[in-house]
Structures are given as C-alpha cells and as structure tokens.
Design a protein around this ligand. Structure first.
Ligand code: GLA
Length: 744
C-alpha cells in the first residue's frame, strides 16, 4: 500500500494490491479525479486521464488561452458558482452574502495510520501500518478559509475513506450550507444504482435502477436517525453484475443523522456520486478559529461482484469500526420479553420467563419497555429512568441479581433521547423538548424528542441512567429511539444557529454513547429505533449490534436481513425467534425456519417461554445448542455468502464459510411450497474446490449426511429434496446444512 506523489505533475496515486485512486492538482489549484477503480500501474503520465475540449457555453476557469472548465471536469470537491452547473460538494456563505469560493492547493501531507475523527464515529487502524492517510490542504484567500480533503487507504482492503474539514481563519464568520463527505466522478454512466429503502417493518429492501441523465438520490430528513426509509449507502454496479462477478463501487456514510447520497449524470455522461450530511435545512456557522469536520464516507471497490463488496464492508466494519470487548466475541443468546408480555408484566412473571429461558439454554434475559416511571403504556414515563417498584418490588438491582442467580445475564431497554409529557422529567423541565415556540408540538407515539443539542440535558440523562446501571448487574443495554424529529428548533441556540439543530442533536447522541460506553466497557449495547430505523455505521461504532426490524416474521426477515447484508455484517443484526402466528403479519412459519433465519444474526428469542410445553423447550434447547456450536463461525470468523435472493424468487439461501474454508453453515428457505415441481439445486459459494466436505442436515430427529467436493457443491450444486421441504412444513420450510471438511 502506498500513497505516491508525482511532484512534476502534482498527481497523487493512492494504491494497494487491488485498487487505484488518482487525483491531480489542476492548473487552477483545484483537485481533479483522474481515476478510481481496479489497480493500475503507477507511472509519470497519469495526467493523460484529464480530458478537455472546446464546447459551447464553456465557462473557462483560467485566463486564455486555457480552456480548463469545471463544467466538464471530474472534480474531487466541486464548488458552487464557478461554471459547474451540477450539484456542488460544498457551499459556504460569507458575510458579504456571496457563496462563491476559490479553494486552491496549498500543501499536503502523507502519514502512516488513520487519525481519529472523534467525537464523530469512524473506521480506524489498529496499527499504523494498516493504513496511510493523505491530507490535501486548500485555501480560499478572499474569505480566508481552509479546506482539507482527507483520504485514507487501507493496506488489506479495497477501501478508501474520505472526509473534509473546513476551518475559518479570517476575522469574519462563514456559514457552511453544504459540506459533503465525499464526491467522486466516474467517466461514464453505464451503471445501475442500488439503494436500501423501505419503511417500518420492511427496512433495507434492495432497489436497483439504471442510471440516467439527472439526479437520483437516497436521503433522510428525520433528524433523529438515518431512518427506516433510506440507508446511508448506495452502490453503482455495471449492468450484469452478479454476486460473484462484475464491477461495483460502494459508498457508505458513517453517520446516523440526516444524510444525502446522490448520483448525478451530466449531459456528457459523467457520473458524480456524493454523500454526506443532508444540506436540506443544514447551516453551520463557523466563527473565526473554528473548524467543522464532516462525517466519514467509506468507499469500497469490487471487481468480483456484489458479494465481495459486502464481505469487505462486513470485515472492515466488524473489525475496524466496531470497538470494545464485544468486537470479537460471539454474542449471547438472549430472551427479550417485549413480544411475550408487552407492558403487561410484573417481577414474578419476568422470573418465570427467565427460569424457563435458562432451561432452554438461553444466556441473557432482556427486560424491554415498561420497567420505569409510570410506564404502563406508551403515554407516560419516558424520561423517568428509575424503576417502577409497583411492578418490580425488588427494583432493577434486586431483579438483576435474581436473574443472575438463575444462571442468566441481565439486560435492560432504555429510550434515553425521548420524553413523555406525562413524566416527572417533563414537569420539571418543560423547555427541554426539541420544539419551536409558538408552534404546535407534533407528537409521535405520544412522545417528544429531548433537546440533545444541550449539554445540560445530556448530562442529566447520563446521571439518571448511571444511577440505575451502577446499582444493578447489567450486562446489556438496548438503546431504543422511537420517533422522528419535528419542529427542529432549539430554544438554546440563537437564530443564526438553528440550521445546526439536527447535526448537533446527533452529536449529543454520540456524546451520551461515548460516555456510557467508556464508563461501562463490558456492557453489550444494541441500538434500536422502532426496529431498524437507525441501522447505520455511525451506530455500529458505539453499539456493535442493532435491532434489525420490528418485523420478526421469518420470511420477511429473509428480505430484511438479506438487504441489510449488502453492507452490514451478520453479527450486527439483532434477530429473534418469535411466537406464531406472527404479531406483525399473523403468518405461521415453522419454528425451525424461524431459528434458521435468526441464526444468521445475533440470535435470540422474543416470546413467552413460560407458555411453551416441555417439548417446545426441548426444541429450543436443540436450537441454542446448535447456535453455540456454530456462532463463532457465523458471527465472527466466517465470510457471508448470499446464494439465492428473496427479491428474485421463491427461494432464499445464504451461508457462512470459515476463513480456512473447512466449515460452513447454510440456510435455505422457500416461500411457498410447490407441487409436482421442477428439480432444485443449491449452489454454494466460497468453498475450497478440492476439499471433500461432509454435508449434513437434520431430517426429523436424524442427521442425513452426504459427501461432496467443494467444486461439486459450488458448480453443480446440491440437489434439494422437495419431499423433505414438504415434511418440514411445506410453505416457509427451511433446511440448514452444515459442511465439515473431511480430513485427508
Ligand atoms: C420499539 C422497538 C421494540 C420494542 C418497543 C418498546 O418499537 O423496536 O423492539 O422495544 O419499541 O416500546
């Protein structure tokens, strides 16, 4: 890996064994994107990729005879108002009212490793030799403002990360109205754009559309989160790209607030991709001496299809974004009481559930919503982070001890960013809401958003929740967030800083996460937002796992988890077996299928085990034993392969293959059963061609075993026995295969 600088041509070449990214400082001092893609040779002369021509309406950036125009040039960080009529990467309003800037190259530095972006979340290098960082410094003379573009290339991954920093040097203030994290230009438009879109209970469905001239975007304006409707990610793939072949560019933003990820194809078929904080209703004032740092964009290039792009994101995010003691640990099998009881529980009920859970091999009991304040429904209690002693006479401290005595760890649900008007906290601090004086305060699920732009609010919540944690035996926290922001206004900020509310809010959330994770490093945090409405890399930096969706139906989960897997590792996806008929869909699926899908996640249960027969508990015991045997492979060591897409047909399949390719686990699920149907084969991926595998799957109480070489399994495929699918329940039946290499 290296970052090479060619002094004569002012060209930077960021390269490792698989990718190249080439930047040139142009004659006007701005940066041009010459090439991004598969590794190319380094040599003097890469400026040949600069293209210019005399065209009509040409706005020329330099005195004649130059014809350098920003209008047709692929730029690294395009500005506004200088003859480029596409969307700019940044807009800076100056006191004069002008938004015109002219940032020209001043200097650059190349360093080993990767600097932290704290308090913002970002990927990291554990050892300086893992990455190199280039900072290119630009200056705008008139406003006396600095702009740094920062690039890191990883040694072992086809990954480049980017962010920008704007610093005001001069005496006047400026207002940043737009500051993308990255802007990249590709020289043609022969791409399809992949987005992850959805809504509550159907988060992160894969949507693919061809690129055409003009703008296509995915964005969020919800304030409190990256959202269920859109994920801070897009990919551009060449038409015909598959899981294992074809060129793909992935763009992911390490941020949990309002974002924009956009492609713009010009009339000359250049494709500009940018992503960053959503400029809509964003304005950040910089006084003299202040700086603003954008979130980080993580770009992955793959010439081996979508699957390779995903596996790079998985490994990078699992090992170089997630931090703390839980990073490399398989996750405990949990029981969450939410769908088992909702608000209707007392201490005895919880203990009854926990003791049955212990019999079934479950390791962690999570007490969800309803344990605090006057929280008997969702009208009251948020903000009052002390135990409801009527429901739980022993308090959280006593309850957690009793649960531990049963052999389980104890975890707790919180929703720290929110407040009900029916709460002691609201009665004491009615002005702590995000709200606009004189305007109606829109409510959602009867709750309001606390003003986390204010340090005293975050401090107060921190103190309150620390008292609970300090006095109890808490191993896990589920941090929920169940509404989007409305009337985004803070009474604590002056008029000219109201455009900062949304970003400051997320910084407040990150601040509270930072304090709690530093103070309680052993606690496993799971983020949540009405299911998966804040499932993003920013959250993963603080909470290594996230509740993927409130939709716990096994078949719906195939789609949600499959879509999420484009970017997010299996071990980040909270996934539970719930009761049937399913509470969201009234659908009944076999318990084997529910487990087969949930085991490609953090795995747990969300039902009332006290209602289950001894026979059911035995089945669950078998499932927890299986997960304990294979979770290291599925969650930590293995690579994830998508085999059949639920978005394309009746069958879904995915697999985890150990890094040494000696073991694998695969789940196959069919939607509807078919009668008198065609043959069916499951083609594996990621195996070693020459290894003979023992392939097993459970049939009734027996294990059926066959043997096959990796090449047979990958290229000819494993015949699927439709009779077996019928025996497994027909509709929504699943088969789980395990593969073990036979010793030679
Ligand atoms: C959200 C979460 C659920 C549950 C409820 C509790 O909807 O996604 O898992 O915690 O809140 O109110």
């Amino acid at each position: 890996m290296s970052i090479i600088y060619h002094k004569n041509t002012r060209i930077f070449h960021l390269t490792n064994s698989s990718i190249s990214y080439v930047i040139r400082i142009m004659e006007n001092g701005q940066a041009e994107n010459l090439y991004y893609g598969k590794k190319i040779h380094d040599r003097e002369g890469l400026e040949c990729f600069h293209e210019e021509a005399m065209r009509s309406h040409l706005a020329v950036a330099l005195p004649e005879p130059s014809i350098l125009s920003m209008q047709y040039t692929r730029q690294e960080y395009p500005g506004y108002g200088r003859g480029d009529y596409r969307s700019p990467a940044f807009v800076i309003l100056q006191e004069s009212g002008s938004r015109i800037s002219d940032f020209t190259y001043v200097s650059h530095r190349i360093e080993e490793g990767k600097p932290s972006l704290a308090p913002l979340p970002a990927t990291y290098a554990e050892d300086p030799s893992e990455a190199q960082t280039l900072t290119i410094c630009f200056h705008d003379d008139l406003s006396d403002t600095d702009l740094d573009l920062v690039y890191t290339i990883y040694r072992d991954y086809p990954v480049i990360t980017r962010h920008a920093r704007i610093s005001q040097k001069g005496p006047e203030s400026v207002t940043i109205e737009r500051a993308m994290s990255a802007s990249v230009e590709l020289p043609d438009k022969k791409f399809e754009m992949i987005r992850l879109t959805g809504a509550w209970a159907r988060e992160r469905y894969i949507k693919t559309t061809p690129l055409e001239v003009g703008i296509q975007a995915v964005h969020s304006l919800t304030g409190t989160g990256s959202s269920a409707e859109a994920n801070p990610f897009l990919a551009l793939q060449r038409p015909g790209t598959t899981e294992s072949a074809g060129e793909v560019y992935g763009f992911s933003l390490v941020y949990s607030g309002n974002f924009l990820a956009q492609t713009e194809v010009s009339s000359f078929d250049l494709t500009r991709v940018m992503l960053g904080i959503n400029p809509e209703s964003f304005a950040w004032k910089l006084e003299s001496g202040e700086s603003f740092t954008t979130p980080e964009a993580v770009m992955v290039y793959s010439d081996q299809g979508l699957g390779h792009m995903s596996r790079v994101y998985h490994r990078l995010y699992r090992t170089r974004l997630v931090r703390g003691v839980w990073r490399d640990r398989p996750r405990p099998i949990l029981l969450n009481n939410w769908e088992g009881t909702y608000f209707d529980f007392d201490e005895n009920k919880l203990l009854e559930m926990a003791s049955r859970a212990a019999e079934a091999g479950i390791e962690l009991f999570v007490l969800d919503d309803g344990w605090f304040g006057k929280r008997n429904d969702d009208y009251a209690g948020l903000g009052d982070w002390f135990c409801n002693m009527e429901k739980i006479p022993s308090g959280i401290s006593g309850l957690s001890e009793k649960i531990e005595a049963l052999g389980l760890k104890f975890g707790l649900w919180v929703e720290l960013e929110m407040i009900n008007k029916d709460s002691d906290l609201y009665r004491a601090h009615p002005d702590w809401l995000i709200a606009c004086p004189g305007r109606f305060e829109s409510h959602s699920r009867h709750q309001h958003v606390l003003d986390f732009t204010r340090k005293e609010v975050v401090d107060h919540i921190y103190e309150m929740i620390c008292r609970v944690i300090d006095s109890s035996r808490i191993s896990y926290i589920k941090w929920d967030m169940n509404r989007y922001m409305t009337e985004p206004f803070s009474v604590a900020l002056p008029a000219d800083r109201q455009g900062e509310v949304m970003h400051r809010y997320i910084l407040g959330v990150y601040d509270l996460y930072t304090r709690l994770t530093e103070r309680f490093p052993e606690i496993l945090f799971e983020s949540c937002a009405s299911g998966g409405a804040r499932f993003d890399p920013g959250m993963l930096y603080f909470a290594p796992q996230a509740w993927t969706s409130d939709d716990t139906d096994a078949y719906e989960r195939c789609k949600i988890q499959y879509g999420s897997s484009l970017v997010y590792p299996v071990v980040s996806m909270g996934a539970h077996v719930s009761a049937v008929p399913n509470h969201q869909l009234a659908r009944t699926t076999p318990i084997e299928t529910r487990a087969a899908v949930a085991m490609f996640g953090t795995f747990g249960y969300e039902l009332d085990p006290a209602m289950l027969s001894d026979y059911d508990i035995e089945i669950i015991k078998g499932q927890t034993d299986f997960v304990k045997k294979y979770r290291d492979l599925i969650q930590i060591d293995g690579d994830f392969y998508r085999l059949l897409s639920p978005f394309e047909g009746n069958e879904t399949a995915f697999a985890a293959v150990s890094r040494d390719k000696k073991r694998a686990v695969a789940t196959f699920v069919q939607r509807l059963n078919k009668v008198n149907a065609s043959w069916l084969r499951l083609r594996f991926a990621g195996l070693a061609e020459d290894v003979l595998y023992r392939v097993s799957h459970q049939v009734g109480g027996n294990i059926l075993t066959t043997e096959a070489y990796g090449d047979e399994l990958m290229y000819a495929g494993l015949p699927i026995d439709r009779e077996e699918l019928l025996r497994q329940g027909g509709d929504f039946a699943a088969l789980v295969f395990t593969l073990e290499a036979k010793e030679a």
